[in-house]
Design a protein around this ligand. Structure first.
Ligand code: HEM
Length: 325
């Protein structure tokens, strides 16, 4: 106790503060409770349906859950940008965390898929126009913190411009929310651009040299990079850019009845041709894929082959102890 008091006295004196006053404050402060700590009351007031359909709660809450997971992903990406990369173990640990967050999200989409009555959804969605998950700024931030703009530019926009701003203006999602009939940008996209373009361009500039892919490529260029690290990067790319995108597409298709006579999304876009991962071909870490794999990205054969490879890899070389904690 004496030692602890001494340590506290040193801490507060370094801050120019008087320890005794702080100790007295402890006498009066209320005990911390769970509900105050996590702001439960506030949290439970954040669901404000716009219709009387009870299933709209599920729709709002699941989007909020996803946004919280996205925040967890951003925390790890932020920490990864500050890692020294002297050792692989801390990198692997954070990559696995991100992968597990996205795995949880891909596996929990059934909360929506089986949770909401289709007929209810089709009715209450009309009250949400022109909002769309497409406007999730955190999803765009995750993309820009994970990889450089060059890897996010629409596939048919070759050759790539050099200028960062021009690259940003060709980012793939700017072509993903066009009016299916006129080809013009939808209101969904225009509102998003108005609110977030400047902020996202700034983020792209700040993260140009510290995004995860740049850090990986710099590391590989020094001749380092274990098979485990490469495999983990491959797994993460697939988890985000194939699994999550595919399950999301499946959910959209389930509700919006993909194919002929597809119901326009709240964003009013030609979503059936935009959302499939094999069409977008977005991948964050090109250095860990062969040209053939990149061409086959997101196709059924690719997914089948990848899953077999992962099974075989982990059978032969289980993750090292230092990285499993
Ligand atoms: C019934 C459930 C859902 C349906 C029917 C649906 C539908 C769609 C559609 C049609 C699009 C294409 C853009 C547009 O036309 O607006 C889209 C994009 C998107 N949605 Fe959803 N969505 C659902 C759930 C979610 C959830 C839970 C999230 C989580 C935040 C989400 C996040 C996104 C994102 C990030 C995009 C952009 C994807 C990209 O640009 O590749 N969606 N969604």
């Amino acid at each position: 106790m004496q030692e602890k008091l001494e340590a506290l006295r040193r801490k507060y004196s370094l801050l120019g503060q008087d320890l005794e006053t702080y100790l007295e404050g402890l006498l009066y402060s209320r005990s911390l409770t769970y509900w105050d700590y996590i702001h439960l009351d506030t949290l439970l007031t954040l669901q404000k349906p716009r219709t009387d359909f009870p299933d709209e709660h599920i729709f709002i809450i699941y989007h909020q859950i996803t946004e919280l997971y996205f925040k967890l992903v951003k925390v790890e990406l932020e920490l990864l940008s500050r890692e020294s990369w002297q050792e692989e173990a801390p990198i692997l640990k954070r990559l696995r965390r991100i992968q597990s967050y996205f795995r949880h999200l891909s596996h929990s989409f059934e909360i929506m898929m089986y949770g909401m009555e289709s007929e209810n959804f089709l009715r209450f969605r009309t009250a949400l126009l022109p909002a769309s998950g497409f406007q999730s700024v955190q999803f765009r931030e995750i993309e820009l913190m994970s990889t450089g703009l060059r890897n996010l530019v629409a596939r048919d926009k070759q050759p790539l411009p050099e200028d960062l701003e021009a690259l940003y203006n060709h980012i793939y999602w700017k072509y993903g929310n066009l009016d299916a009939r006129t080809g013009e940008k939808t209101l969904t996209l225009r509102l998003f651009e108005e609110k977030y373009d400047a902020q996202l361009l700034e983020l792209a500039k700040t993260w140009r040299h510290i995004n995860l892919n740049t850090r990986l490529e710099n590391y590989l260029s020094t001749g380092r990079g274990s098979a485990e690290l490469i495999q983990t990067f491959r797994g993460l790319d697939v988890e985000i850019n194939i699994h999550w995108r595919y399950v999301h597409l499946k959910t959209a298709a389930y509700y919006l009845k993909r194919g002929e006579g597809a119901i326009p999304s709240t964003g009013g876009t030609n979503w059936p041709s935009y959302l499939p991962p094999a069409r977008q071909k977005i991948l964050f870490f090109p250095a860990v894929w062969s040209e053939e794999e990149k061409n086959e990205w997101g196709k059924g054969t690719f997914i089948e082959h990848f899953h077999k490879e992962v099974e075989a890899y982990w059978r032969l070389s289980p993750p090292s102890k230092s990285t499993t904690t």
